[in-house]
Every structure is written in structure tokens, then in C-alpha cells.
Design a protein around this ligand. Structure first.
Ligand code: NDP
Length: 454
């Protein structure tokens, strides 16, 4: 039996030892999910809606427990982890309305009537990363369940605890046994078995672009459709005509939230040259003001990195001779702590190109709007970004010109469950969330009914 130690990243203590499943367990899980899906899809739409609302209520009743689990497994600050558990509830509640709204169409044709049905795909495989274990899973399982499917979630090895608990809560809330299962295991074992299993009809993968490419290749072998939510290297563009105080005060939270382990992190700040000195003057105290420390404390804004291995990766981007402009603080002692770090490297430096996925941001300057857009788009990624300007026309011109799926003006907001989320270019394929998400878990069936002449 293969096991993994689950480690608290703030203390380095082992909090749990977990058995990792193998490919045979995936076969069994798919068989159970297939039976459960038949029961689920046969329920009346209003009944499925009611059970999803019950699941949302059960999550709400366990919000504190789920948040505490995420604090100890992932090192997320308690305020953030509480929000994440509440977000899972909200996503379930939002998609609980979908079973009764999954309408087809009636299309005018000659000789009869033509109607379409949104049929459930069957069993959906979901592979999640370690950075937001609960929320990213919910973005897939909630709309997939609402559309009448069963869901098998393979969580990241380092952070399986909240998803294991959510699957238990689903059963206690009255979802059919086996409808939502969590399968802890290695990506190249359990993840790969899910992608290639003939009983799995679609795969939703969130993670790195490198692994996403591999997932797409494997899925292609059986023409299994995929949704991919991959990496990012998003720009925070600060124009001279912006509210510079607000832009500087909020910039740390656009990149250092979740210790920078966020696919939407605005990890490249682009500042118009004429206001660069003033921006940096304002930005320095804002970075120093980020409260980094014990994730159990309500006042903490940033916790540790998720693991020793990830700490080593992030650290490799900030060697002793790195062009550090300034840094925030971080605790010493046990835990994978890394201070918020601001770099001013050459444009060709790998810190400007690579997704570091830690609390490290680069600052570059630009002369005018055209150069800002060119720099923002000079990346294989296209997930997110922010534009700071008081000029409405400029805001609209630049948002239309930046090739990214989720942009915000005078804010760093990226994710609302009611709006679509996903990436351009190598940041992914498909969209999650928003009103259309359940349709991504259906097949359109077209039916023509001949009507005989009288
Ligand atoms: P990885 O790509 O390493 O892993 C993601 C998941 O895929 C894990 O569950 C992993 O399992 C699994 N996996 C690994 N290898 C395979 C394989 N051969 N077949 C199937 N599954 C596999 O990403 P990280 O967990 O390191 O997450 C960080 C990355 O995710 C960052 O690049 C980030 O940008 C991206 N991300 C993107 C988001 C988006 O919405 N666009 C959101 C969040 C993160 P195991 O744990 O066993 O390795």
C-alpha cells in the first residue's frame, strides 16, 4: 500500500497519513459512479435541485470545519479559507437552479418539429491542483452534478483533505452513494486512469500548462473532451492617469493573495514611465504592510507556501544577486515561509517569463498605451489581468486589446461564480462558472419528429 504524509505547511508537522489509490480503484469508482448517475439522472429536475440545495446547506453547516481543514492542510489564512468554504456553498446554491433550467431548443423545420435535449454526459473526471483545493473542485462538480452527471475528483496529492470531506458531506446531504467521489492518488496513476477510462465521458483539468498538455494528449487517444484551466503570467497595467494611490495600495493583493499561488496572480506590474518613481514610493509601504504569519490568526493576510518542494522552486527565482527592489516580512522557524518580494529585472529575465506561483512580482515600465498592450501580450499565457486608468475609453481599448480571459478595470477581481472564467492561449480551453457552465457537461441531442399531413 502506498501512502503519503499530509503536512501542515505552517508547522511542517504531519497531520495525516493517507492511502493512495491505484488504477484498480478507479475501475471500481467508475462502476459505482455509473450506477449512481443512472439513479440521479432519473430523478425529476426539481428533486435534483432540492438535493443540491441540501448539499449547499450541509456545506454551510460545516463551513468552519472545512475552513480549519484547509488552514492546516494548505496553510491558507483562516479568513480566506472561511471564504472558500462559503464559496463552495454559493456555487452549489447557484447551480441548484440549473436542473430546472437546462432547456433545449425548438428549431423551425419543414415536415415536423425539431427539438434539442441537453443530455448528461455520464461520468465526469475532475483533476485539481493544490492551490485552491475546495473552490476549483466545486467549479466543476457543482455544474456537472446539476446537469445530471456523476463526478470523480482526483485532488492534488498534497491537499486532499477538504475534497475528501466534501464527498462525505454529499452523501450525508442525500446525494446518491457514489455520485460524487474523491480519489486520492498520484497524477500519473489515478489521474491518468481517469483520463483514459472508457467509462469517463469528459475530463476537467486544472493545473500547470505542462501537465495540461499531457492530459490533452492522453484524452485525445479516446476523443474524450477536456476543459483545461492552466497557468498564467498576468499583467497589472498602471497608467499615469490612474488613481495611483489606490493602484499601489491594492497591487500587493493582486499578486500576493494565497502567497502568490494563484493562476490569476498579477505577477507582472507594468507602470507608465512618467509615474514609476511615485508608484514605487507608494508600493513599498503597501508591500511592507502585508501581514504574513500564522494562518490561524484572523488578522493574517498571507500564509506559507504549500510545501518544501514548492518553497525550493520559488526560492530558485530569487538568488542572492536577484534585482530585489524591496521585500515584505515573513516568520522564521518551522514552516515554508517566503516574504512578498518585488523584483526589477531585465525584460528577458526568466522571472518576467515564467509562472513562479509564489509571492514574487516583477515591475517593468512602458512609454505609452501601445507598448503597455505589447508587453501585456508578450507571454504564451492569457488568463487574467488588471488595467488602472481613470480614462474610460482607454480602459475599454486596452481590455479589448489584451488577449486574456478575465480582466478587471481599477480592481483585481477575477472570479465570480456567476460570470465565465477561463483562459486564452496556453492558459486553457473552455470556460467554467457563469450561467452556461452546466451545458459544458451535456451533449446536445437533436430530435426530428415527423408530423404527417392531415
Ligand atoms: P500540476 O499540473 O502539477 O498538477 C495538477 C493536478 O494534475 C494534480 O492533481 C496532479 O497530481 C495531476 N497530475 C500530475 N500529472 C498528471 C498526469 N500525468 N495525468 C493526470 N494528472 C496529473 O499543477 P500543480 O498542482 O502544481 O498546480 C499549480 C499549477 O496549476 C500552476 O501552474 C497554476 O497556474 C495552475 N493553476 C491554474 C488554474 C486555472 O484555473 N487556470 C487554477 C489553479 C492552478 P499530483 O498532485 O499527484 O501531482
Amino acid at each position: 500500500m502506498t501512502t503519503i504524509d499530509i503536512v501542515n505547511p505552517a508547522t511542517e508537522e504531519t497531520i495525516s497519513v493517507l492511502e493512495l489509490l491505484d488504477a484498480t480503484a478507479v475501475d471500481e469508482a467508475v462502476a459505482r459512479a455509473t450506477s449512481a448517475q443512472r439513479i440521479w439522472a432519473a430523478l425529476a429536475p426539481a428533486e435534483r435541485a432540492e438535493r443540491l440545495r441540501g448539499f449547499a446547506d450541509t456545506v454551510a453547516a460545516h463551513q468552519g470545519e472545512l475552513a480549519d481543514l484547509e488552514v492546516s492542510n494548505s496553510g491558507h489564512p483562516i479568513g480566506q479559507a472561511t471564504w472558500e468554504a462559503g464559496h463552495v456553498r454559493d456555487v452549489l446554491e447557484y447551480y441548484a437552479t440549473a436542473p430546472e433550467r437546462l432547456s433545449g431548443r425548438q428549431i423551425p423545420v419543414a415536415g415536423g418539429i425539431d427539438i434539442t435535449f441537453a443530455e448528461p454526459i455520464g461520468v465526469i473526471g475532475v483533476i485539481t491542483p493544490w492551490n485552491f483545493p475546495m473552490t476549483i473542485a466545486a467549479w466543476a462538480f457543482a455544474p456537472a452534478l446539476a446537469a445530471g452527471n456523476a463526478v470523480l475528483v482526483k485532488p492534488a496529492e498534497w491537499t486532499p483533505l477538504t475534497m475528501l470531506r466534501l464527498a462525505e458531506l454529499a452523501v450525508s446531504a442525500g446525494l446518491p452513494d457514489g455520485l460524487l467521489q474523491t480519489l486520492p492518488g498520484r497524477g500519473d496513476v489515478v489521474g491518468d486512469a481517469l483520463i483514459t477510462h472508457p467509462g469517463v465521458g469528459k475530463v476537467v483539468f486544472t493545473g500547470s500548462t505542462a501537465t495540461g498538455t499531457r492530459v490533452m494528449e492522453r484524452a485525445a487517444e479516446s476523443v474524450t473532451p477536456v476543459t483545461l484551466e492552466l497557468g498564467g503570467k498576468s499583467a497589472n497595467i498602471v497608467f499615469a492617469d490612474s488613481d495611483l494611490e489606490r493602484a499601489a495600495a491594492t497591487a500587493p493583493y493582486g499578486v500576493f493573495d494565497n502567497a502568490g499561488q494563484d493562476c490569476c496572480a498579477r505577477s507582472r506590474i507594468l507602470v507608465q514611465r512618467t509615474v514609476y518613481d511615485r508608484f514605487m514610493e507608494l508600493f513599498e509601504p503597501a508591500v511592507a504592510g502585508v501581514t504574513v504569519g500564522d494562518p490561524r490568526a484572523e488578522s493574517t493576510e498571507m500564509g506559507p507556501l504549500v510545501s518544501r518542494a514548492h518553497w525550493e522552486k520559488v526560492s530558485s527565482y530569487v538568488p542572492d544577486d536577484a534585482p530585489v527592489a524591496f521585500r515584505g516580512s515573513a516568520p522564521t522557524g518551522p514552516g515554508f515561509w517566503f516574504p512578498p518580494t518585488v523584483l526589477t529585472p531585465a525584460a528577458s529575465d526568466r522571472t518576467v517569463r515564467d509562472e513562479i506561483f509564489g509571492p514574487v512580482v516583477t515591475v517593468q515600465t512602458f512609454a505609452d498605451e501601445a507598448e503597455a498592450i505589447a508587453l501585456a501580450n508578450d507571454t504564451p499565457y492569457g488568463l487574467s489581468g488588471s488595467i488602472w486608468t481613470e480614462n474610460l475609453s482607454r480602459a475599454l481599448r486596452v481590455t479589448r486589446a489584451v488577449a486574456a480571459g478575465n480582466l478587471s478595470v481599477n480592481s483585481h477581481s477575477s472570479v465570480r461564480y456567476s460570470t465565465p472564467f477561463g483562459g486564452f492561449k496556453q492558459s486553457g480551453i473552455g470556460r467554467e462558472l457563469g450561467p452556461d457552465a452546466p451545458f459544458a457537461f451535456t451533449e446536445t441531442k437533436n430530435v426530428f419528429i415527423a408530423v404527417a399531413d392531415a
